[in-house]
Design a protein around this ligand. Structure first.
Ligand SMILES: C[S@@+](CC[C@H](N)C(=O)[O-])C[C@H]1O[C@@H](n2cnc3c(N)ncnc32)[C@H](O)[C@@H]1O
Length: 312
């Protein structure tokens, strides 16, 4: 692909159907051409939950939500500009726990991070379009993080301390703007996507997306890597890419991490633009996307087979 922007980048890796950049996404997106993205899909940094790198531009490297949203809002605004009228952005988020040691009044509970992301998108001009709950196993959450709220001991001795397991959400927003009637419709062939598929995808709760379906087995096996990176599950991403974009269109991830959204985009016959600040993640993304480009290079026959498999 041709380079997308004039913004200064630390490194770039261009392939026939992809362009990857090691760059601060806020600066980069601001320099991207208007209406150049057909669909964007990503997990944002979850406010100050994880610091990914030492860089002051790391959006996880913030004192709290106020500072995070100040920067994230700039991205949300530019993302709207670069999206084609009528098209969507999908974010993968969850609510966040907080503990007594970080609370002014010593309580512990949940922060409505999902709601804060929705409000920020609406305030920056997006139309709130949909939200799907992605089921996650509370037993796995308990085993991974041992949260006080999921301990059987607390359930037995003081149930006021226990809470429900945390699901993930995919929240979608649409660019409702003049020119949307000129944007090609995202059509689906009923041979590839019969009614049962749509009925399953239309469910407000996705029970069948696997938490462990992440970019490679190493990440799945390494709880530290998974915890800090929070890779976007591939099956979930694939469903969104197939649902909301057409073959040959451009999918954008402003926070591509190790490249999950890029791998899926290429697998689905889309073009991909991705940005990542942390050099080691960017380097891994280059490898993963190169591998996907080789694996999935090919034509319509393969794509149809992949669509049928995804829809099965
Ligand atoms: C939730 S992770 C994304 C993981 C990714 N979806 C994947 O599957 O690998 C958020 C990513 O945002 C990156 N990040 C944080 N601040 C950034 C910035 N200003 N510009 C670009 N990337 C940034 C982090 O380094 C991290 O990789």
């Amino acid at each position: 692909m041709e380079p997308m922007t004039g913004a200064p980048v630390l490194a770039q890796h261009l392939g026939e159907d992809f362009a990857l950049y090691n760059v601060d996404t806020v600066e980069f997106t601001a320099a991207m051409p208007s209406a150049s993205v057909d669909f964007s899909v990503y997990s944002p940094p979850f406010s100050s939950l994880y610091i990914y790198s030492e860089s002051a531009r790391d959006m996880g490297n913030v004192a709290g939500d106020e500072e995070f949203f100040e920067t994230y809002r700039c991205l949300i605004r530019e993302k709207l500009r670069v999206t084609r009228p009528g098209r969507l952005t999908a974010i993968h988020v969850k609510d966040l726990v907080y503990y007594s040691n970080s609370s002014a009044n010593g309580d512990r509970g949940l922060r409505d991070f999902t709601g804060a992301c929705i409000r920020a998108h609406i305030e920056e001009g997006w139309t709130f379009h949909g939200r799907v709950t992605v089921w996650r196993d509370p037993v796995r959450e308990m085993q991974k993080a041992k949260p006080d709220g999921l301990l059987f001991k607390n359930f037995r001795t003081d149930a006021a301390r226990v809470r429900f397991g945390l699901p993930e959400y995919v929240v979608t927003f649409r660019k409702w703007a003049s020119g949307m009637d000129d944007t090609p419709a995202v059509t689906h062939d009923t041979d590839e996507f019969p009614l049962e598929v749509w009925q399953r995808w239309a469910s407000p709760v996705w029970m069948d997306c696997r938490e462990t379906d992440v970019i490679n087995a190493r990440l799945a096996r390494d709880p530290e890597a998974e915890k800090h990176l929070c890779p976007m599950p591939l099956d979930l991403t694939e469903r969104l890419v197939r649902l909301y974009s057409r073959r040959g269109e451009t999918v954008y991830s402003p926070f591509m991490g190790v490249g999950s959204e890029g791998v899926v985009a290429l697998k689905c016959g889309r073009r991909f633009v991705g940005t990542e600040l942390k050099p080691s993640y960017y380097a891994q993304a280059c490898k993963e996307v190169d591998h996907a480009a080789e694996t999935y290079a090919g034509g319509t026959l393969f794509d149809r087979a992949a669509d049928a498999e995804a829809a099965a």
